[in-house]
Design a protein around this ligand. Sequence first.
Ligand code: FE2
Ligand code: FE2
Length: 302
Amino acid sequence: MDASVLVSRIATLPTPGSVMQTVMALSGSPEVSLDKLTYAVRHDPAIAVRILRAANGYSTDFPFRISSIPNAVDFLGTNRVCSLLLHSSRLSGENPSPFPSFFMLERFWQHAVLVALIAGSIGRHLQRYDAPDEEELFTGGLLHDIGKLALAAGGGGSLEAARLRSVGESLPFYRAENESPHTVVGALLLQSWHLPPELQQAAGGHHDPAVGANRFASVIHLADVMAHLMGYPVFAGETYPPVDAAALAALPLPPERLKLIAGDAIGKLQELEGFYGFTGPCASALGGETREARFPPHGHLI
Ligand SMILES: [Fe+2]
Ligand SMILES: [Fe+2]
């Protein structure tokens, strides 16, 4: 299916059941604070997109663009966010087609959240080098593979074809995509929902050969490669994308710093899985066995 046709048919995207339940329980509580609500909604790609769409006014005529989820929640206020959540939870029960068998929503969620945590952390570590805003990088990381989620929610035919080709020909997944690449679908989707250009760039440009020329896309690209190397791909057995040397060179991050960022992000991901009540096969820590923050030496990146 053509990318623009697919995008025009997507009204909403799915959220893992345990995440939606946690968020709904919190939003229904009379004592919920804006801080708690922000924490709960800022770690899910589909919910974040819904809130950012509302905050950006569903129109390009709006005088300013909001890329940060805390700013979007602040702008909308608790009542408006809660009614959006109620609407999302009703829609999330109406997923029109089942996911393809190789696509697990929880695994997608883990990948997106880990990339967001790493990207935000890179932004924090590079603050004095005039890096893009930490919160905007976090959102860019959260939404970078939104095209894969849209393709899976639409039935996943082209995802499956690309996955089989990537395994058969030992290609990184994105190089095996022919029809409707996830980067094109993701960027088109965010554009059609009037989300800010840097978020469209994160979704559309994180595998781009010219990624090194754009600081925002470079951070998202590096965070994505790191999440793959750490054992958190979107699909089981997905080959990791190669790192772009220009993107890596554009970011002054020594190997020890990258290791620190990786370990810190894994710790936060496990905290979040606990917060949202992940118990299934995708939980990072099960029965006392913790998935290690595997991060190879810097040499593997180059
Ligand atoms: Fe990707
Ligand atoms: Fe990714």
